[in-house]
Ligand binder design. Sequence first.
Ligand code: COA
Length: 161
Amino acid sequence: MNIHAIYPGTFDPPTNGHIDIVRRSLRLFSQITVAVSANPAKAPLFSFEERRGFFLQEFGGAPAFEVVSLEGELLVGFARKIGAQVIIRGLRAVSDFDYEFQMTLMNRRLNEELETIFLMPSEQYSFISSSLVKEVASLGGDVSELAPPSVCSALAKRYAP
Ligand code: COA
């Protein structure tokens, strides 16, 4: 079956957990669109182009893989517009469940036809979040095992003394 899946998130920056989810998704779906949310509430450190670049460094050669910006519209409307049938979300721990449960049911209410599928990242990434990676990097900690190399060098530049 040809299934087009959309993977939305803020990805500021993408971590190894997000990369792990994309890698798993590429094995399951015929087309993956990563939708990078502008999310002004989170005051992103990296621009959309930078965040897109981080993904392309990892998956630029993959067929049917693209990274687009999601700004000022509902995810379900955007998914319909690009013909995606599935939303992918990562579930790291039980603590993610409440938020994901609410979002999934709201999205279903808005568009019955769109299914949300949860994937679990490898356990070594179950404690990572973008905020924690930024905090550790900003204080000089080593994040080389938490985020892809392009992200690590961008963080090092951004937080250079
Ligand atoms: N590995 C590592 N970290 C992960 C992860 C994984 N597999 N999965 C989630 N996270 C982390 C993220 O890094 C992020 O951490 P942070 O808060 O420190 O940045 C956190 O979990 C959750 O963020 P994310 O998965 O990026 O989701 P989000 O809450 O930032 O984005 C959207 C949610 C974009 C999907 C949602 O806001 C949306 O759909 N917006 C469009 C507007 C809309 O339709 N709104 C109605 C929704 S019902």
